[in-house]
Design a binder for this molecule. Structure first.
Ligand SMILES: Cc1[nH+]cc(COP(=O)(O)O)c(CN[C@@H](CCC(=O)O)C(=O)O)c1O
Length: 394
């Protein structure tokens, strides 16, 4: 079909969209590795990657090939019926994790993984209260939203969230965590690095205190690795920076190279407390996502993407810190999960990067520019992003 004018795509999406997204004024139509192109043929270095999904690069050839083959073989089958691709996925995924974490509930998004984690924590402990983190983000559904801090996301729905059962603690404040903990808590929920909350790495003492306190009180420690997982922080999983093995982790985003997927991974002790049929879902573990996931995870391992992210992240942050701009308050992050906190609103600079510099970046709270590039980004592309950022800050 002849390509339709950009205006047609913009107007059509605007006309029929629910209105929840503040739509930009360009139509992204193609991606390859660290680059995407819009319908006018403009090229961008993509440091949004669909909010941390395209870690193995857009249209990774091995993921594409796996999708093509599986699409022509079997797209969907109930999880009541075992499938070869799903078995392979579970073997590859659990091979990347600590031995204790080898029981997996499969789903299609981070939110669904958080919802599952919540239910498994309730059945494993018989308790219904949780501790979550101020500035934490766990998703938008009413179940996951209860763990999400941002009042503008949560307050409009407060009367339909069972809000009395979540206590928010200041991320990093061991004393506050200790004071909040008691034997009524089912689980402590936290991200190894807060993403949406402004790219804030946890400190090891806090994560270790959470591990110790949860054990002391018979509660679970659940780490939300939806954004930090799969090499993003310079280790395969964020928890590895802290030498802590939680009772469960939630995964999604980059796990299947761009195909929607989610998982809650836990121990047999927790999994065996969930009654058969106690949770479920239609698309979880579908062969297409499983095939894509196997290809993506094998690529990450073979290309040592976690190590690449560690080295490139150091380089990226060092170059950002060399920008002598009075507008920068702090450059922070772990691996290629990077945030630059400005002394003023970040949105205009993100817009300028997009409009004038051919760079796509994310926001994470009003003052922070968040860079989540593919882990396959080149040093030359990192240089171009840094130089572009220095220009828009002038
Ligand atoms: C840590 C974390 N936990 C859970 C979720 C929910 O996953 P999902 O249901 O697949 O979206 C996200 C998405 N965070 C991205 C989206 C935020 C938003 O909805 O707005 C992000 O950080 O941009 C996370 O970053």
């Amino acid at each position: 079909t002849a390509t339709r004018p950009t205006q047609h795509w913009l107007e059509t999406e605007q006309r029929y969209d629910s209105g929840v997204f503040n739509k930009h004024d360009r139509v992204i139509v193609r991606g390859e590795n660290a680059l995407v192109w819009d319908s006018e043929g403009r090229e961008y270095i993509d440091c949004t990657t669909g909010s941390g999904v395209a870690s193995v690069g857009h249209c990774n050839p091995e993921v594409v090939r796996a999708i093509q083959q599986q699409a022509a073989t079997l797209l969907t089958v109930s999880q009541l019926l075992p499938n070869d691709r799903r078995a392979e996925f579970l073997e590859v995924l659990t091979g990347l994790l600590p031995a204790a974490l080898h029981r997996v509930f499969l789903c299609n998004s981070g939110t669904e993984a958080m919802e599952a984690a919540k239910k498994f924590a309730v059945t494993a402990t018989g308790r219904s209260r949780f501790i979550s983190m101020k500035r934490g983000f766990s998703g938008r559904s009413l179940g996951a939203l209860a763990f999400t801090w941002e009042p503008k996301y949560r307050e409009p729905f407060q009367n339909v969230i069972d809000g009395k059962n979540v206590e928010f603690v200041t991320y990093g404040d061991v004393a506050a965590l200790e004071a909040a903990m008691d034997d009524s808590i089912a689980a402590i929920i936290m991200e190894p690095v807060q993403g949406e909350g402004g790219v804030r790495p946890a400190d090891a003492a806090f994560v270790r205190a959470a591990r110790e306190l949860s054990q002391r009180h018979g509660a679970l420690l659940i780490l939300d690795e939806i954004q930090t997982g799969f090499g993003r922080t310079g280790k395969m999983f964020g928890m590895e920076h802290f030498g802590v093995v939680p009772d469960g982790i939630t995964l999604a985003k980059a796990m299947a190279g761009g195909v929607p997927v989610g998982a809650f991974v836990t121990t047999p002790e927790v999994a065996d407390k969930m009654p058969a049929g106690g949770h479920g879902g239609t698309f979880g573990g579908n062969p297409l996502a499983m095939a894509a996931g196997v290809a993506a995870m094998r690529f990450m391992q073979r290309e040592k993407l976690a190590e690449q992210a560690a080295e490139k992240g150091e380089y990226f942050m060092r170059r950002l810190r060399e920008i002598a701009s009075p507008k920068i308050r702090e450059v922070r992050g772990l691996g290629l999960m990077i945030g630059v906190e400005l002394k003023e609103k970040s949105a205009p600079y993100i817009k300028a990067l997009e409009e004038h510099e051919g760079v796509l970046a994310l926001q994470a709270t009003p003052l922070v520019v968040r860079f989540l590039p593919p882990l396959t980004i080149s040093h030359a592309q990192i240089d171009r992003v840094v130089e572009a950022f220095a220009r828009v800050l002038r």
